[in-house]
Design a protein around this ligand. Sequence first.
Ligand SMILES: NC(=O)c1ccc[n+]([C@@H]2O[C@H](COP(=O)([O-])OP(=O)(O)OC[C@H]3O[C@@H](n4cnc5c(N)ncnc54)[C@H](OP(=O)(O)O)[C@@H]3O)[C@@H](O)[C@H]2O)c1
Length: 331
Amino acid sequence: MRAIHVTEFRDIDDISMSDVPEPSISADQALVRIHAAGVGFVDGLKVRGLYQTRDKLPFIPGSEFSGVIEKLGDNVQGFAPGDRVMGLVWNGAMAEKAAISATALEKIPDGISFSAAAAASANYVTVTYGLTEQGKVQPGETVLVLGASGGIGCAAVQLAALLGAKVIGAASNDEKCAFAREAGAHETLNYGDPDWRDKLKDLTGKRGVDVIVDPIGGEIGLLAFRHMAWGGRFLVVGFASGDIPALPYNLPLLKGASLIGVDAAQLRLHAPDLRAKAVAQMMDWLKTGALKPIVGGEYPFAQYKEAFRALRGREARGKVILRLDDAGDRS
Ligand SMILES: NC(=O)c1ccc[n+]([C@@H]2O[C@H](COP(=O)([O-])OP(=O)(O)OC[C@H]3O[C@@H](n4cnc5c(N)ncnc54)[C@H](OP(=O)(O)O)[C@@H]3O)[C@@H](O)[C@H]2O)c1
């Protein structure tokens, strides 16, 4: 089967598509024919060996997946061959087939495409947890989303709006702001504009912002923190800019505000019940049609280098998806 098989830490441009044996499954696993895999910022770091934890070589990247069950281990209950499934694994989704633990599988609700299902598997769960458990967003509160046209950003715009917040989508240019508005932002803010903080003041008045979602790091978030409302919650989700900022302690003190980390990977380890709650909530929104995950770009599997480049080049809008069913069922 075709797979992106990482045998040395390298740039994705230097990694060729490989032909590797199909995985075998244990009694608790399912063999899933992968139809779509999400391309995340983290995948680009993992293949270069630059992620916080280095993977053991060799490995197949790809954590967000959707596909169809081909075979089941003897202990697996509640699923059948032919079921359309989605989920999140540590690695392995950028291959035509993957052996996946049954505990990581969710059935794809009717009407949800393979691409939308793969797009939902990580970012939307992360943001559901972030906004509800960590951010405690209440209807009527103001949520400022930085990097609002990106994968995490779009999810945050959609879900904050779903929770009844007033959403300000912020991005680095007008075209990205327009994308955030289409995703559901009530207002937008172009932080490429030198006067963006004045506009933020105009939008939030004397009160300020209740919750900030920051997947980019760097200076923008630091400056935005100065516009938090009393009791505000600043959610640290990622550092797409490559810069981990240092917040002066006086700012949270003056605002009675909190800086809160949101990390889906550690959640699985430290609070599996909260992760299960976020997954259940997100799946419910999918089933009822309240949530339609935004797929920014779909790339055939053979074009994986272009897909990774879109993220690295700051071009991506919404979630970038690799389609592994190039010639097959595209539903
Ligand atoms: N904590 C978690 O559990 C979790 C889960 C998923 C992802 N993440 C992290 O969240 C971050 C964003 O992931 P994503 O999937 O949303 O990425 P994405 O789709 O590429 O979006 C990232 C956004 O960051 C902004 N950005 C600023 N400087 C950038 C740079 N130098 N290169 C690329 N983008 C830059 C861009 O928006 P503008 O051009 O508008 O500034 C871009 O839209 C990553 O650091 C990722 O590792 C964390």
